[in-house]
Design a binder for this molecule. Structure first.
Ligand SMILES: [Ca+2]
Length: 381
C-alpha cells in the first residue's frame, strides 16, 4: 500500500521511444545454384527468422516464401512488410533454406545470418550472401541468396488523441448494491484512436461469438440489445460529469488512468474498440462487477467490433515504468489471438512510447496480473 501511494505522488518517468519504431520491408529476390537434395533437383523454400539481439533472444517475427518445386535456382520474389517496435538495438536476421519433402523431413540447404541496427549501412541495398552450414551439422551446402531489406521509421512524434471521461455517482439500486463496498463513483472512458482502419481491415472486424450462450441471449433478443444500447448511451453520456482533453503519448494515457490505481488499489478494465473509439471502464467498480454484458455495453450492442477484452496497467519491478497489458478476454466477441500484434501496433501508434504487452486470454501471466489487482502485490521472476 505504501508503495502505491508513493506512485501517486511521484513524478513519473516518461517511457522512452523504442529504438525501433516503424516497419521492415523484406524483399527476397532469388537464390542460385542450390544443393541438389532430391534425385536431380530440389524443392526449395526460405524462412527468415528475426531475433532480438542474437539467437538466444526472443524471436520477433518470421516470414516464409512458398515452395518452388523442382529447381535449384528459385526466383522467390517474396515481399513482406513487418511492423517493428522494439527496444534492443541489434536484430539478428537468419535466412534458412530448406528442400521440401513430402514423405521425409525437409532437408537443410543452407543459411545466411547477420546482425542489423537502425543505422546499418545495408538498408535498401541489394545484397547477395553465400549460404553457410549450421554449426555442429555436416550439411551439404552451396549456393546463395539475394535480398533487400528496408527500414521505414515512423515519425509519430505528433500523435495526439482525444479523450472523454464520464464520472457517474451511485444512485438508487447501484448505491444499495454497493453498500458495504467501496463507496465511490464509477467512470467510463472513451478515446478516439487514429489508424484503426490502417491496422485492421474491414474483413477483420469480429462478429459476436455465436457459440457463446451469453452472447446468443443478447444478440438474438432485440429487447436486450436495445436495453444494452441504452445503458451504453447513458454511461457514455455527457449528462454525467465529463472531462475532455487531448492525450499526447504514453505518459498522458498513464496519467489519465492514474497508472491503473483507482481508489488506492490497482484495477482491471474492460474495453471494446468499435469504429475509431476505444470504450472502457474499470471492471471492479461496484456497478460493473456483476455486469455480464460489459463488452456488449461498451460496444453499444453492435454486432461487430475490431477488438474487445481486458487490460491493466502493470508496473515494473521498481515501480518506475508502467506497461499496458491488454488481452482478448471477451467471451461475447471472442477476438482472434492472431490479431493481438495488430492490437499492439494500434496502441503504439496512438500512444508513442507506450510499452504494450498483448496476451491471449488463457496466457499464464494474466493470473499473475489478476493476483496483483487483488492483493496489490506483483510477483517478479
Ligand atoms: Ca524435395
Amino acid at each position: 500500500m505504501e508503495n502505491q501511494q508513493q506512485h501517486q505522488q511521484e513524478e513519473y518517468v516518461v517511457l522512452e521511444t523504442p529504438v525501433w519504431h516503424g516497419s521492415i520491408v523484406i524483399d527476397i529476390e532469388k537464390s542460385t545454384d542450390l544443393t541438389i537434395a532430391d534425385m536431380n533437383t530440389s524443392d526449395p523454400y526460405c524462412i527468415v527468422k528475426v531475433y532480438s539481439g542474437n539467437k538466444d533472444g526472443r524471436q520477433l517475427f518470421t516470414s516464409r516464401t512458398k515452395v518452388f518445386p523442382k529447381t535449384i535456382n528459385p526466383h522467390w520474389d517474396h515481399h513482406d512488410h513487418i511492423p517493428i517496435y522494439h527496444q534492443n538495438r541489434e536484430l539478428l536476421f537468419l535466412f534458412e533454406l530448406w528442400d521440401k519433402d513430402t514423405l521425409t523431413f525437409d532437408d537443410f540447404l543452407g543459411q545466411y545470418e547477420f546482425t542489423v541496427t537502425p543505422e546499418w549501412d545495408g538498408w535498401d541495398k541489394t545484397k547477395t550472401g553465400s549460404l553457410q552450414k549450421r554449426s555442429g551439422f555436416k550439411d551439404n551446402v552451396k549456393g546463395d541468396i539475394t535480398f533487400k531489406l528496408k527500414y521505414i521509421q515512423d515519425d509519430y512524434t505528433q500523435t495526439q488523441v482525444a479523450y472523454k471521461y464520464h464520472s457517474h455517482t451511485f444512485t438508487g439500486l447501484a448505491r444499495a448494491l454497493s453498500a458495504g463496498e467501496e463507496a465511490r463513483s464509477y467512470a467510463t472512458y472513451q478515446i478516439t484512436l487514429n489508424h484503426v482502419q490502417d491496422v485492421f481491415k474491414d474483413e477483420e472486424l469480429k462478429k459476436w461469438n455465436e457459440s457463446y450462450d451469453a452472447a446468443i441471449k443478447i444478440f438474438n433478443s432485440p429487447v436486450i440489445r436495445t436495453t444494452i444500447a441504452t445503458q451504453h448511451n447513458h454511461l457514455y453520456s455527457e449528462v454525467s460529469v465529463t472531462k475532455y482533453g487531448k492525450l499526447n503519448g504514453a505518459k498522458d494515457l498513464l496519467l489519465l488512468l492514474n497508472h491503473g490505481i483507482i481508489g488506492g488499489k490497482p484495477r482491471y478494465f474492460t474495453y471494446a474498440i468499435t469504429g475509431n473509439t476505444w470504450f472502457f471502464s474499470e471492471t471492479g467498480a461496484a456497478f460493473f462487477v456483476d455486469f455480464t454484458s460489459k463488452h456488449a455495453m461498451h460496444a453499444c450492442a453492435q454486432e461487430y467490433v475490431y477488438y474487445a477484452g481486458e487490460f491493466a496497467i502493470i508496473p515494473d519491478q521498481h515501480g518506475k515504468n508502467f506497461r499496458l497489458c491488454i488481452d482478448n478476454n471477451s467471451g461475447t466477441y471472442g477476438p482472434k489471438k492472431e490479431y493481438l500484434s495488430k492490437l499492439r501496433l494500434l496502441f503504439q501508434l496512438n500512444f508513442p512510447g507506450l510499452d504494450v504487452e498483448v496476451n491471449d486470454y488463457h496466457h499464464p501471466s494474466l493470473k499473475k496480473y489478476k493476483s496483483y489487482i487483488e492483493t496489490g502485490k506483483l510477483e517478479f521472476e
